[in-house]
Design a protein around this ligand. Structure first.
Ligand SMILES: Cc1ncc(COP(=O)(O)O)c(C=O)c1O
Length: 455
């Protein structure tokens, strides 16, 4: 193969890549020739590039590890799958098979779970926007509804009247757990007395029965102690509610928020140092439960983990399309995957592996996607050897939030495949075509262009 030649240029020497907190990517860049034994080349040949690849083995292993971390420490643990994190049917079906309830936050997600075959009584319904029609359907089908605001109490009371029944509900709480910024937009505030007022209102109405408490304190929470604070506040609140209004807290739902081993942009420490293992979270949470619950009380502990379950099961294979030198001397690559399909590149600095050994001097390179949009930078600067067109980059972990948040913008959305535990590969979402994208468009007859191109 011909040597790559590039006209020499003067580049400012960047220091600081190697430091006491972590090794230089110069020495740690890995070659990845396969995912779960299936060659990257084979995957791209068959399904194209860019390509999302999910590993069933990794997904099941991660789910089981998280569930086990809690159920080994506490006797009454229920896991739920947060649909918004990734609602591809195959992913949701695998997690349902593993025993996770469905946690949904909208009519769309609710319908998706039901269509997949999840019964209403296996659905937890969170979210701030549940219209009357979907509330009514969810109540009829036995879903567990978590109240987000006072208006929802009134709506549910109307539904109770209409159906001539009382409705079991949970209450969403937000509170100060010592982390910043504090999430206050969802649920009712515990510290200010707002949540207790809501319970008072529920009690006065006499149509709803409070059965559980829910708090999703944030996402990518790096401090396990924050959960311990939430647990003890929730338990205390539950006992106060029981004393004043007679409702027993049958479950405590801690939402999600556990981090994956991804690297947040702007953080210095590598994820294996910055992110504590899930067992450390389980230990803090269950310690806090035992410290605050009355002896003999074991309310159900529900976890709605999203990111930490699926992130590591997802990879994105992309291909180098062009290399260029920017006026400031920086190397830049154009690859076929951009912000359009990798939305979390706003926050994450991904692990990037190459499909082959590449000789040559490493230098910081910017990675841009195919979009004609200045914002669409996947990585501002990562050390890479000189890459030829056609080199594959494998980004990970990308299993959480990218597929549900991707955009059909400028480019089509690509194939998504699942590698089964036996090594088989199946398409779980087909790449878009022009027909797919235009399916909902309607061109008024008077605007139809003549086929010969005349105006
Ligand atoms: C109510 C609720 N539960 C669970 C999750 C999952 O969160 P994570 O992916 O951080 O685990 C979310 C995500 O925002 C959420 O809003």
């Amino acid at each position: 193969m011909r040597e790559l030649y590039e006209k020499p240029s003067i580049i400012k020497l960047e220091t600081g890549y190697l430091n006491k907190f972590g090794s230089s990517p110069l020495y740690s860049r890995k070659v990845r020739a396969d995912i779960d034994g299936v060659a990257i080349d084979t995957l791209v040949e068959r399904y194209g590039s860019p390509l999302f690849v999910f590993s069933e083995k990794e997904l099941r292993t991660q789910y089981q590890r998280i569930h086990r971390a809690f159920s080994n420490r506490y006797p009454n643990v229920v896991s739920a799958w947060s649909y918004k994190t990734n609602y591809l049917q195959a992913i949701c079906a695998i997690l349902y098979q593993e025993g996770a309830l469905a946690e949904v936050v909208s009519e769309f997600e609710y319908d998706k779970a039901r269509k997949l075959g999840v019964p209403g009584h296996s659905i937890i319904f969170n979210g701030p926007y549940k219209r009357r029609s979907i509330l009514e359907k969810a109540v009829r089908e036995g879903a567990q509804i978590h109240i987000d605001h006072l208006d929802e109490i009134y709506d549910l009371e109307e539904v109770a009247d209409e159906l001539g029944t009382t409705i079991s509900v949970g209450l969403r709480l937000n509170m100060d757990t010592g982390i910043f910024p504090q999430w206050t937009r969802f649920g009712l505030n515990l510290d200010s007395g707002q949540a207790m007022d809501a319970v008072k209102r529920i009690h006065a109405g006499g149509k709803l029965i409070l059965r559980g408490l829910h708090a999703h304190i944030g996402t990518f929470i790096l401090e396990p102690d924050a959960y311990a604070v939430a647990v003890s506040k929730m338990v205390q609140f539950g006992y106060e509610v029981e004393e004043r209004f007679g409702y027993t807290t049958e479950y405590l739902d801690l939402g999600g928020g556990f981090p994956s081993q991804s690297k947040l942009k702007g953080t210095y420490l590598p994820p294996d140092v910055a992110v504590q293992p899930i067992e450390a979270y389980a230990e803090k949470i269950t310690d806090a439960l035992y410290a605050s619950l009355r002896p003999g009380d074991f309310p159900k502990l529900i976890l709605e983990t999203g990111r930490a379950v699926v992130d590591h099961a997802g990879f994105l294979i992309a291909t180098v399309f062009a290399a260029k030198r920017l006026p400031d001397g920086r190397k830049a690559y154009v690859i076929d995957a951009g912000l359009n399909i990798l939305f979390t590149s706003f926050w994450y600095k991904f692990n990037i592996e190459l499909d082959r050994e590449v000789q040559g001097v490493n230098e910081p390179a910017m990675i841009n996607g195919p979009l004609c949009l200045t914002l669409a930078v996947i990585d501002e600067g990562t050390l890479l050897p000189p890459l030829r067109r056609g080199t594959r980059m494998i980004f990970s972990p990308v299993g959480a939030y990218n597929v549900p948040q991707w955009l059909q913008f400028i480019e089509y959305r690509p194939n998504v495949v699942l590698i089964g535990q036996d090594g088989s590969v199946e398409v779980i979402r087909e790449a878009e075509t022009l027909e797919d994208v235009e399916r909902q468009e309607r061109l008024p007859e008077r605007l139809r262009l003549p086929t010969d191109g005349s105006v």
